[in-house]
Design a protein around this ligand. Structure first.
Ligand code: PLP
Length: 230
């Protein structure tokens, strides 16, 4: 089932790319394995997917320890400062940096091990109260400040669009994300690249790709519904 789902998602990615003349190789599929056992990832590996997303540090570390070392682990959930130390050397990209205090903690822990943390800045584009992330108009200020930290490289932006039945409703947010990313890239801030645009989940990744996503985070569409009660 998991491998069939992945094939379907890959096809949908290709179709979305073709619609707007993009190369599917520019879009990285992150399989969001949160709440699922490590065996689900083992089942997915023959597909060739090596990018997996987790939203809890402990779960990421447990799976990291059980699975092949060439897997790239993406920390996509809200990150508490006291958990940062467990991620050093285990995560390839932290998608959810939304404060200078968190960035400072990342700097401190990665510096101890002489490692560089690659991060994205999380934007709350729809300004939903329930969501983490910073408002778009604070992005440039925060990025300039974080760019001075020696053990951090900003690679781009991430957003979690609102939950909706109709993915078209999120197109405007994805479009604004792309524009923000282009605007920040144009500032040529030292040590900052805007290559990554992480947006789009099971319900809306095709629309996100049409608007320029370079990473999509798909959980349910690959691993099935999550059960939070077990
Ligand atoms: C859970 C989660 C996803 C995947 O959501 P699905 O709707 O299951 O595809 C993507 N991004 C983040 C940040 C998540 O927490």
């Amino acid at each position: 089932m998991i491998l069939e789902n992945i094939e379907q998602v890959k096809k949908n990615i290709t179709t979305a790319c073709q619609k707007v003349g993009r190369d599917p190789a520019q879009v990285t599929l992150i399989a969001v394995s949160k709440t699922k056992p490590y065996t689900a990832i083992a089942e997915a590996l023959p597909s060739g997917i090596l990018d997996y997303g987790e939203n809890k540090v402990q779960e990421l570390v447990e799976k990291y320890e059980r699975l092949p070392s060439d897997i790239r682990w993406h920390m996509i959930g809200h990150l508490q400062r006291n958990k940062v130390k467990y991620l050093v050397g285990k995560t390839s990209l932290i998608h959810s940096v939304d404060s200078y205090r968190l960035a400072e903690q990342i700097e401190k822990e990665f510096a101890k091990e002489n490692k560089i943390a690659e991060i994205l800045i999380e934007i709350n584009m729809a300004e939903e109260e329930s969501k983490f992330g910073i408002p778009a108009n604070e992005a440039e200020w925060l990025i300039e400040k974080i760019s001075l930290l020696e053990h951090i490289r900003i690679k781009g932006l991430m957003t979690i669009a609102p939950y909706t039945e109709d993915p078209e409703e999120n197109r405007k947010y994805f479009r604004k994300m792309k524009k923000l990313s282009v605007d920040i890239a144009a500032k040529n801030i030292y040590n900052v690249s805007m290559d990554v645009l992480s947006m789009g989940m099971t319900g809306d990744y095709q629309v996100a790709i049409e608007e320029g996503a370079t990473m999509v985070r798909v959980g349910t569409g690959i691993f099935g519904e999550r059960n939070y009660n077990t």
